[in-house]
Design a binder for this molecule. Structure first.
Ligand SMILES: [Zn+2]
Length: 462
Protein backbone atom coordinates (compact mmCIF):
# COMPACT_ATOMS: atom_id res chain seq x y z
CA UNK A 1 0.00 0.00 0.00
CA UNK A 2 2.74 2.37 1.05
CA UNK A 3 4.67 1.90 -2.18
CA UNK A 4 1.54 2.43 -4.27
CA UNK A 5 0.75 5.60 -2.34
CA UNK A 6 4.30 6.86 -2.80
CA UNK A 7 4.16 6.08 -6.49
CA UNK A 8 0.85 7.85 -6.84
CA UNK A 9 2.15 10.85 -4.91
CA UNK A 10 5.28 11.07 -7.06
CA UNK A 11 3.13 10.75 -10.18
CA UNK A 12 0.76 13.51 -8.98
CA UNK A 13 3.70 15.76 -8.15
CA UNK A 14 5.27 15.12 -11.52
CA UNK A 15 2.00 15.89 -13.23
CA UNK A 16 1.54 19.16 -11.34
CA UNK A 17 5.07 20.19 -12.27
CA UNK A 18 4.27 19.37 -15.90
CA UNK A 19 1.01 21.34 -15.60
CA UNK A 20 2.80 24.28 -14.00
CA UNK A 21 5.46 24.24 -16.67
CA UNK A 22 2.83 24.07 -19.41
CA UNK A 23 0.94 26.93 -17.82
CA UNK A 24 4.04 29.01 -17.47
CA UNK A 25 4.97 28.34 -21.04
CA UNK A 26 1.49 29.17 -22.25
CA UNK A 27 0.77 32.34 -20.32
CA UNK A 28 2.87 35.23 -21.58
CA UNK A 29 2.41 38.91 -20.77
CA UNK A 30 3.72 41.75 -22.87
CA UNK A 31 3.46 45.41 -21.90
CA UNK A 32 3.85 48.03 -24.61
CA UNK A 33 4.84 51.49 -23.36
CA UNK A 34 5.98 54.82 -24.77
CA UNK A 35 3.51 54.81 -27.66
CA UNK A 36 0.56 56.84 -28.86
CA UNK A 37 -2.39 54.58 -29.67
CA UNK A 38 -4.67 54.76 -32.69
CA UNK A 39 -7.43 52.35 -31.75
CA UNK A 40 -8.91 51.66 -35.20
CA UNK A 41 -11.84 54.06 -34.95
CA UNK A 42 -10.98 57.35 -33.14
CA UNK A 43 -10.13 60.53 -34.98
CA UNK A 44 -7.11 61.16 -32.75
CA UNK A 45 -4.26 59.31 -31.09
CA UNK A 46 -4.46 58.66 -27.36
CA UNK A 47 -1.79 58.30 -24.71
CA UNK A 48 -1.90 54.78 -23.31
CA UNK A 49 0.04 51.63 -22.50
CA UNK A 50 -1.25 48.31 -23.75
CA UNK A 51 -1.06 45.03 -21.83
CA UNK A 52 -1.23 41.78 -23.75
CA UNK A 53 -2.02 38.49 -22.10
CA UNK A 54 -1.38 35.48 -24.32
CA UNK A 55 -3.01 36.37 -27.63
CA UNK A 56 -5.51 39.00 -26.44
CA UNK A 57 -5.33 42.64 -25.37
CA UNK A 58 -6.13 42.72 -21.66
CA UNK A 59 -5.81 46.42 -20.79
CA UNK A 60 -5.47 49.80 -22.53
CA UNK A 61 -4.70 52.75 -20.24
CA UNK A 62 -1.98 55.13 -19.20
CA UNK A 63 0.37 53.97 -16.46
CA UNK A 64 -0.30 50.21 -16.35
CA UNK A 65 1.83 48.73 -13.58
CA UNK A 66 4.01 46.01 -15.05
CA UNK A 67 3.27 42.61 -13.52
CA UNK A 68 6.32 40.57 -12.46
CA UNK A 69 8.53 38.91 -15.07
CA UNK A 70 6.82 40.68 -17.90
CA UNK A 71 8.30 41.43 -21.31
CA UNK A 72 8.21 45.19 -21.91
CA UNK A 73 8.39 46.76 -25.35
CA UNK A 74 9.46 50.40 -25.52
CA UNK A 75 7.61 51.79 -28.56
CA UNK A 76 10.10 54.71 -28.83
CA UNK A 77 7.30 57.23 -29.23
CA UNK A 78 5.78 55.53 -32.29
CA UNK A 79 2.09 54.84 -32.96
CA UNK A 80 0.54 51.54 -31.94
CA UNK A 81 -2.30 50.63 -34.27
CA UNK A 82 -4.31 47.53 -35.23
CA UNK A 83 -2.78 45.18 -37.80
CA UNK A 84 -4.10 45.76 -41.33
CA UNK A 85 -6.93 43.62 -42.68
CA UNK A 86 -7.34 42.62 -46.32
CA UNK A 87 -11.07 42.59 -47.12
CA UNK A 88 -10.77 40.98 -50.55
CA UNK A 89 -7.56 39.23 -51.53
CA UNK A 90 -6.59 36.11 -53.49
CA UNK A 91 -3.49 34.38 -52.09
CA UNK A 92 -3.84 31.38 -54.37
CA UNK A 93 -4.67 33.35 -57.54
CA UNK A 94 -0.99 33.91 -58.03
CA UNK A 95 -0.36 33.97 -61.78
CA UNK A 96 -0.32 37.09 -63.93
CA UNK A 97 -3.90 36.56 -65.14
CA UNK A 98 -6.74 34.03 -65.00
CA UNK A 99 -5.54 32.37 -68.21
CA UNK A 100 -1.95 32.20 -66.89
CA UNK A 101 -3.24 30.43 -63.77
CA UNK A 102 -5.47 28.16 -65.85
CA UNK A 103 -2.91 27.18 -68.47
CA UNK A 104 0.55 27.44 -66.89
CA UNK A 105 0.36 26.60 -63.18
CA UNK A 106 -0.26 23.22 -61.62
CA UNK A 107 -1.56 22.72 -58.05
CA UNK A 108 1.93 22.36 -56.61
CA UNK A 109 3.19 25.66 -57.97
CA UNK A 110 0.01 27.50 -56.98
CA UNK A 111 0.18 26.13 -53.44
CA UNK A 112 3.83 26.97 -52.88
CA UNK A 113 3.37 30.44 -54.34
CA UNK A 114 0.42 31.01 -51.99
CA UNK A 115 2.75 30.36 -49.04
CA UNK A 116 5.14 33.03 -50.37
CA UNK A 117 2.21 35.44 -50.75
CA UNK A 118 0.95 34.74 -47.22
CA UNK A 119 4.32 35.45 -45.65
CA UNK A 120 4.69 38.63 -47.70
CA UNK A 121 1.20 39.78 -46.63
CA UNK A 122 2.03 39.38 -42.94
CA UNK A 123 5.37 41.15 -43.34
CA UNK A 124 3.51 44.04 -45.03
CA UNK A 125 1.39 44.42 -41.89
CA UNK A 126 -1.68 42.38 -42.90
CA UNK A 127 -2.54 40.29 -39.84
CA UNK A 128 -5.97 39.18 -41.16
CA UNK A 129 -7.11 38.35 -44.63
CA UNK A 130 -10.52 37.63 -46.14
CA UNK A 131 -9.69 35.54 -49.17
CA UNK A 132 -12.36 36.42 -51.71
CA UNK A 133 -12.22 33.21 -53.73
CA UNK A 134 -9.81 30.67 -55.12
CA UNK A 135 -8.98 28.53 -52.13
CA UNK A 136 -10.31 26.45 -49.27
CA UNK A 137 -8.84 26.20 -45.78
CA UNK A 138 -5.58 24.29 -46.48
CA UNK A 139 -3.20 27.25 -46.28
CA UNK A 140 -5.15 28.72 -43.34
CA UNK A 141 -4.80 25.50 -41.36
CA UNK A 142 -1.08 25.30 -42.14
CA UNK A 143 -0.56 28.87 -40.89
CA UNK A 144 -2.67 28.27 -37.77
CA UNK A 145 -0.58 25.16 -37.01
CA UNK A 146 2.52 27.38 -36.99
CA UNK A 147 4.18 25.62 -39.94
CA UNK A 148 4.37 28.73 -42.12
CA UNK A 149 3.89 32.44 -41.39
CA UNK A 150 0.91 34.38 -42.66
CA UNK A 151 -2.21 36.28 -41.65
CA UNK A 152 -5.37 34.83 -40.13
CA UNK A 153 -7.36 33.67 -43.15
CA UNK A 154 -11.13 33.76 -43.70
CA UNK A 155 -11.40 31.60 -46.86
CA UNK A 156 -14.35 31.90 -49.25
CA UNK A 157 -13.67 28.62 -51.11
CA UNK A 158 -14.09 28.48 -54.89
CA UNK A 159 -15.75 31.39 -56.71
CA UNK A 160 -19.32 30.49 -57.60
CA UNK A 161 -20.65 31.81 -60.91
CA UNK A 162 -22.80 30.73 -63.88
CA UNK A 163 -21.54 29.37 -67.20
CA UNK A 164 -19.44 31.93 -69.08
CA UNK A 165 -19.13 34.16 -66.02
CA UNK A 166 -16.21 35.76 -64.18
CA UNK A 167 -15.86 32.40 -62.36
CA UNK A 168 -15.67 30.29 -65.53
CA UNK A 169 -11.96 29.54 -66.05
CA UNK A 170 -12.36 27.43 -69.20
CA UNK A 171 -11.04 28.56 -72.55
CA UNK A 172 -12.70 28.19 -75.95
CA UNK A 173 -11.00 24.85 -76.64
CA UNK A 174 -12.11 23.21 -73.41
CA UNK A 175 -14.28 20.20 -74.31
CA UNK A 176 -17.92 20.93 -73.69
CA UNK A 177 -19.63 17.56 -73.23
CA UNK A 178 -21.26 19.09 -70.20
CA UNK A 179 -21.31 22.71 -69.13
CA UNK A 180 -19.73 22.10 -65.81
CA UNK A 181 -16.62 23.74 -64.34
CA UNK A 182 -14.43 20.74 -63.52
CA UNK A 183 -13.23 20.70 -67.11
CA UNK A 184 -11.11 23.70 -66.30
CA UNK A 185 -7.98 23.29 -64.22
CA UNK A 186 -9.32 25.93 -61.80
CA UNK A 187 -12.53 23.95 -61.50
CA UNK A 188 -10.71 20.67 -60.84
CA UNK A 189 -8.63 22.36 -58.14
CA UNK A 190 -11.72 23.81 -56.46
CA UNK A 191 -10.66 27.38 -57.22
CA UNK A 192 -13.82 28.09 -59.20
CA UNK A 193 -17.22 26.43 -59.45
CA UNK A 194 -19.62 26.82 -62.35
CA UNK A 195 -23.15 26.58 -61.01
CA UNK A 196 -26.32 27.37 -62.96
CA UNK A 197 -29.71 27.23 -61.29
CA UNK A 198 -30.84 26.90 -57.73
CA UNK A 199 -29.89 23.33 -56.86
CA UNK A 200 -26.34 23.58 -58.31
CA UNK A 201 -25.79 26.85 -56.49
CA UNK A 202 -26.94 25.39 -53.18
CA UNK A 203 -24.64 22.40 -53.66
CA UNK A 204 -21.71 24.71 -54.49
CA UNK A 205 -22.26 26.77 -51.35
CA UNK A 206 -22.45 23.62 -49.22
CA UNK A 207 -19.34 22.22 -50.90
CA UNK A 208 -17.39 25.38 -49.99
CA UNK A 209 -18.45 25.28 -46.35
CA UNK A 210 -17.52 21.59 -46.26
CA UNK A 211 -14.03 22.53 -47.49
CA UNK A 212 -13.57 25.04 -44.68
CA UNK A 213 -14.92 28.33 -46.08
CA UNK A 214 -16.12 30.82 -43.48
CA UNK A 215 -18.32 32.67 -46.04
CA UNK A 216 -18.95 32.28 -49.77
CA UNK A 217 -18.41 34.40 -52.85
CA UNK A 218 -20.65 34.61 -55.90
CA UNK A 219 -20.13 36.38 -59.20
CA UNK A 220 -23.40 38.19 -59.81
CA UNK A 221 -22.09 40.48 -62.53
CA UNK A 222 -19.55 40.33 -65.31
CA UNK A 223 -15.88 41.35 -65.00
CA UNK A 224 -13.22 43.24 -66.90
CA UNK A 225 -10.36 40.72 -67.07
CA UNK A 226 -12.48 37.60 -67.67
CA UNK A 227 -12.87 36.35 -71.20
CA UNK A 228 -16.52 35.69 -71.91
CA UNK A 229 -18.64 38.19 -69.98
CA UNK A 230 -19.35 41.88 -70.52
CA UNK A 231 -18.90 43.73 -67.22
CA UNK A 232 -22.50 44.96 -67.56
CA UNK A 233 -23.83 41.36 -67.40
CA UNK A 234 -26.35 40.62 -64.64
CA UNK A 235 -25.04 37.11 -64.26
CA UNK A 236 -27.32 35.72 -61.56
CA UNK A 237 -31.08 36.06 -61.24
CA UNK A 238 -32.73 37.16 -57.98
CA UNK A 239 -33.77 33.54 -57.29
CA UNK A 240 -30.20 32.29 -57.81
CA UNK A 241 -28.75 34.94 -55.49
CA UNK A 242 -31.37 34.12 -52.88
CA UNK A 243 -30.51 30.40 -53.11
CA UNK A 244 -26.87 31.18 -52.25
CA UNK A 245 -27.85 33.56 -49.44
CA UNK A 246 -30.36 31.16 -47.84
CA UNK A 247 -27.84 28.33 -47.89
CA UNK A 248 -25.06 30.47 -46.37
CA UNK A 249 -27.47 31.76 -43.73
CA UNK A 250 -28.29 28.16 -42.79
CA UNK A 251 -24.66 28.01 -41.59
CA UNK A 252 -25.05 31.35 -39.78
CA UNK A 253 -22.79 32.95 -42.39
CA UNK A 254 -23.22 35.21 -45.42
CA UNK A 255 -22.54 35.81 -49.10
CA UNK A 256 -20.21 38.35 -50.67
CA UNK A 257 -20.76 39.18 -54.31
CA UNK A 258 -18.69 40.58 -57.14
CA UNK A 259 -21.02 43.28 -58.54
CA UNK A 260 -20.18 46.12 -60.93
CA UNK A 261 -23.47 47.31 -62.44
CA UNK A 262 -26.05 49.20 -60.42
CA UNK A 263 -28.72 46.67 -61.37
CA UNK A 264 -26.64 43.80 -60.03
CA UNK A 265 -25.65 45.71 -56.86
CA UNK A 266 -29.30 46.52 -56.06
CA UNK A 267 -30.40 42.95 -56.82
CA UNK A 268 -27.74 41.57 -54.46
CA UNK A 269 -28.69 43.93 -51.63
CA UNK A 270 -32.41 43.23 -52.02
CA UNK A 271 -31.74 39.50 -51.80
CA UNK A 272 -29.56 39.45 -48.70
CA UNK A 273 -25.95 39.74 -49.90
CA UNK A 274 -24.00 41.32 -47.04
CA UNK A 275 -20.92 42.68 -48.78
CA UNK A 276 -20.78 44.09 -52.30
CA UNK A 277 -17.37 43.65 -53.90
CA UNK A 278 -16.07 46.45 -56.18
CA UNK A 279 -19.46 48.24 -56.11
CA UNK A 280 -18.26 50.69 -58.77
CA UNK A 281 -21.71 52.08 -59.56
CA UNK A 282 -22.26 53.14 -55.95
CA UNK A 283 -24.60 56.12 -55.65
CA UNK A 284 -27.29 57.59 -53.38
CA UNK A 285 -29.80 54.76 -54.07
CA UNK A 286 -27.19 52.11 -53.27
CA UNK A 287 -26.11 54.03 -50.14
CA UNK A 288 -29.68 54.13 -48.80
CA UNK A 289 -30.27 50.43 -49.47
CA UNK A 290 -26.91 49.46 -47.95
CA UNK A 291 -27.77 51.34 -44.80
CA UNK A 292 -31.22 49.79 -44.58
CA UNK A 293 -29.78 46.28 -44.96
CA UNK A 294 -26.72 46.80 -42.74
CA UNK A 295 -24.50 45.90 -45.71
CA UNK A 296 -20.89 46.75 -46.51
CA UNK A 297 -18.81 47.27 -49.64
CA UNK A 298 -15.15 46.85 -50.54
CA UNK A 299 -13.57 48.49 -53.59
CA UNK A 300 -10.24 48.11 -55.37
CA UNK A 301 -9.14 51.71 -55.79
CA UNK A 302 -6.68 50.99 -58.57
CA UNK A 303 -9.69 51.10 -60.91
CA UNK A 304 -9.44 54.89 -60.52
CA UNK A 305 -5.69 55.14 -61.07
CA UNK A 306 -4.35 56.99 -64.12
CA UNK A 307 -2.01 53.98 -64.57
CA UNK A 308 -4.83 51.38 -64.88
CA UNK A 309 -4.24 50.72 -68.58
CA UNK A 310 -0.74 49.39 -67.74
CA UNK A 311 -2.20 46.35 -65.91
CA UNK A 312 -0.91 43.41 -67.96
CA UNK A 313 -4.18 41.43 -67.81
CA UNK A 314 -5.90 44.49 -69.35
CA UNK A 315 -3.26 45.63 -71.83
CA UNK A 316 -2.64 42.06 -73.09
CA UNK A 317 -6.19 41.62 -74.35
CA UNK A 318 -8.00 43.95 -76.74
CA UNK A 319 -11.40 43.01 -75.38
CA UNK A 320 -10.31 43.61 -71.77
CA UNK A 321 -8.81 46.99 -72.72
CA UNK A 322 -12.09 47.98 -74.41
CA UNK A 323 -14.05 46.74 -71.39
CA UNK A 324 -11.80 48.69 -69.00
CA UNK A 325 -12.32 51.88 -71.01
CA UNK A 326 -16.11 51.67 -70.93
CA UNK A 327 -16.05 50.66 -67.28
CA UNK A 328 -13.92 53.65 -66.27
CA UNK A 329 -16.43 55.93 -67.99
CA UNK A 330 -19.40 54.32 -66.23
CA UNK A 331 -17.69 54.40 -62.85
CA UNK A 332 -16.58 58.02 -62.95
CA UNK A 333 -18.92 59.21 -60.17
CA UNK A 334 -17.83 56.58 -57.65
CA UNK A 335 -15.27 58.68 -55.76
CA UNK A 336 -17.58 61.71 -55.45
CA UNK A 337 -20.47 59.50 -54.32
CA UNK A 338 -18.38 57.81 -51.62
CA UNK A 339 -17.19 61.22 -50.38
CA UNK A 340 -20.82 62.33 -50.18
CA UNK A 341 -22.43 59.26 -48.58
CA UNK A 342 -19.54 57.81 -46.52
CA UNK A 343 -20.67 54.13 -46.71
CA UNK A 344 -19.17 51.31 -44.63
CA UNK A 345 -16.24 50.77 -46.97
CA UNK A 346 -13.61 48.09 -46.44
CA UNK A 347 -10.15 47.99 -48.04
CA UNK A 348 -9.78 45.65 -51.01
CA UNK A 349 -6.43 44.83 -52.62
CA UNK A 350 -7.77 42.23 -55.09
CA UNK A 351 -4.30 41.45 -56.37
CA UNK A 352 -3.85 38.45 -58.63
CA UNK A 353 -0.10 37.83 -58.68
CA UNK A 354 3.07 37.57 -56.62
CA UNK A 355 4.66 39.84 -53.95
CA UNK A 356 6.50 42.27 -56.23
CA UNK A 357 3.38 43.16 -58.23
CA UNK A 358 0.97 42.92 -55.29
CA UNK A 359 3.03 45.15 -52.99
CA UNK A 360 3.18 47.82 -55.68
CA UNK A 361 -0.56 47.53 -56.34
CA UNK A 362 -1.62 47.53 -52.67
CA UNK A 363 0.71 50.38 -51.69
CA UNK A 364 -0.69 52.44 -54.54
CA UNK A 365 -4.28 51.65 -53.56
CA UNK A 366 -3.60 52.62 -49.94
CA UNK A 367 -2.31 55.94 -51.24
CA UNK A 368 -5.32 56.42 -53.57
CA UNK A 369 -7.94 55.60 -50.90
CA UNK A 370 -6.32 57.91 -48.33
CA UNK A 371 -5.92 60.62 -50.95
CA UNK A 372 -9.57 60.42 -52.09
CA UNK A 373 -11.30 60.05 -48.72
CA UNK A 374 -8.77 61.11 -46.04
CA UNK A 375 -6.39 59.01 -43.94
CA UNK A 376 -8.83 58.47 -41.06
CA UNK A 377 -11.65 57.08 -43.21
CA UNK A 378 -9.30 54.84 -45.18
CA UNK A 379 -7.39 53.62 -42.12
CA UNK A 380 -10.75 52.50 -40.71
CA UNK A 381 -11.40 50.67 -44.01
CA UNK A 382 -8.06 48.87 -43.46
CA UNK A 383 -8.79 47.97 -39.81
CA UNK A 384 -12.05 48.29 -37.87
CA UNK A 385 -14.49 48.21 -40.82
CA UNK A 386 -12.82 45.15 -42.32
CA UNK A 387 -12.78 43.67 -38.80
CA UNK A 388 -16.59 43.99 -38.73
CA UNK A 389 -16.82 42.48 -42.22
CA UNK A 390 -14.80 39.41 -41.21
CA UNK A 391 -17.06 38.86 -38.21
CA UNK A 392 -20.12 38.62 -40.48
CA UNK A 393 -19.23 34.94 -40.82
CA UNK A 394 -21.10 34.49 -37.53
CA UNK A 395 -20.34 32.81 -34.22
CA UNK A 396 -20.35 29.29 -35.60
CA UNK A 397 -18.36 29.70 -38.81
CA UNK A 398 -15.94 32.39 -37.54
CA UNK A 399 -12.56 30.62 -37.44
CA UNK A 400 -11.24 33.14 -34.85
CA UNK A 401 -14.16 33.69 -32.46
CA UNK A 402 -12.27 34.68 -29.29
CA UNK A 403 -11.81 38.40 -29.89
CA UNK A 404 -12.56 41.40 -32.09
CA UNK A 405 -10.33 42.20 -35.08
CA UNK A 406 -9.10 45.56 -36.35
CA UNK A 407 -9.36 47.46 -33.06
CA UNK A 408 -7.25 48.10 -29.98
CA UNK A 409 -9.47 47.50 -26.99
CA UNK A 410 -9.76 45.09 -24.09
CA UNK A 411 -10.61 41.60 -25.34
CA UNK A 412 -9.52 42.18 -28.96
CA UNK A 413 -6.91 39.94 -30.57
CA UNK A 414 -3.33 41.18 -30.09
CA UNK A 415 -2.79 41.86 -33.81
CA UNK A 416 -0.76 45.07 -33.73
CA UNK A 417 1.68 47.31 -35.54
CA UNK A 418 3.99 50.03 -34.28
CA UNK A 419 4.75 52.63 -36.94
CA UNK A 420 7.33 55.36 -36.79
CA UNK A 421 5.04 58.43 -36.79
CA UNK A 422 1.35 59.27 -37.12
CA UNK A 423 -0.52 57.32 -39.84
CA UNK A 424 -3.46 59.77 -39.58
CA UNK A 425 -1.21 62.32 -41.25
CA UNK A 426 1.33 60.11 -43.05
CA UNK A 427 -0.02 57.12 -45.02
CA UNK A 428 3.49 56.12 -46.21
CA UNK A 429 4.04 54.58 -42.76
CA UNK A 430 1.84 51.65 -43.79
CA UNK A 431 3.12 51.51 -47.37
CA UNK A 432 1.02 54.17 -49.18
CA UNK A 433 2.76 55.15 -52.42
CA UNK A 434 1.70 57.57 -55.15
CA UNK A 435 3.66 55.50 -57.67
CA UNK A 436 2.32 52.18 -58.96
CA UNK A 437 4.34 50.41 -61.66
CA UNK A 438 7.27 52.82 -61.25
CA UNK A 439 7.57 52.18 -57.50
CA UNK A 440 10.80 50.46 -56.41
CA UNK A 441 10.65 46.79 -55.39
CA UNK A 442 10.44 46.67 -51.60
CA UNK A 443 11.15 44.16 -48.87
CA UNK A 444 8.83 44.98 -45.96
CA UNK A 445 7.89 48.55 -45.03
CA UNK A 446 10.54 50.76 -43.43
CA UNK A 447 8.24 52.84 -41.22
CA UNK A 448 6.59 49.68 -39.83
CA UNK A 449 8.77 48.85 -36.84
CA UNK A 450 6.82 46.08 -35.15
CA UNK A 451 4.40 43.45 -36.44
CA UNK A 452 2.54 41.26 -33.95
CA UNK A 453 -0.12 38.66 -34.68
CA UNK A 454 -1.93 36.67 -32.02
CA UNK A 455 0.43 38.04 -29.36
CA UNK A 456 3.50 36.81 -31.26
CA UNK A 457 6.14 39.16 -32.68
CA UNK A 458 7.05 38.65 -36.35
CA UNK A 459 9.09 41.83 -36.87
CA UNK A 460 10.80 44.16 -34.41
CA UNK A 461 13.18 46.86 -35.65
CA UNK A 462 12.44 49.31 -32.82
ZN1 LIG B 1 -11.34 39.63 -56.57
Amino acid sequence: MKTTFKKLFTFALAMSVVALFAQEKKSSHILITNVKVWDGTSENLIDADVLIKDNLISEVKKGIKAPKDIITIDGKGGTLMPGLIEGHGHLQMNGTSISDIENNRNWEELAVRSVVNAENALMSGFTSWRDAGGMGAGLKKTIDAGLVNGPRIYPSGGFIGPTGSHADFRNLTTPNETFNGPQSSGGRLGMSITADGISDIKAAVRQNFMQGASQVKIMSSGGVVSQFDPWQLDAYSAEEIRAAVETAEAYGSYVLSHAYSKKSIIRCLENGVKTIEHCFMFDGDVAALMEEKGAYMTTNMQAFSPALSQVSAISASKSSARKAESAQLAFENYVENVKKHRPKLGFQGDCVGMPEACNKQNDHQIYLGANFFGNHYYLKALTSVNGEILKLSGEVMDPYPDGKLGVIETGAYADLLIVDGNPLTNIELIGGNEKWFDAPVRDGIKGMKLIMKDGKIYKNTL
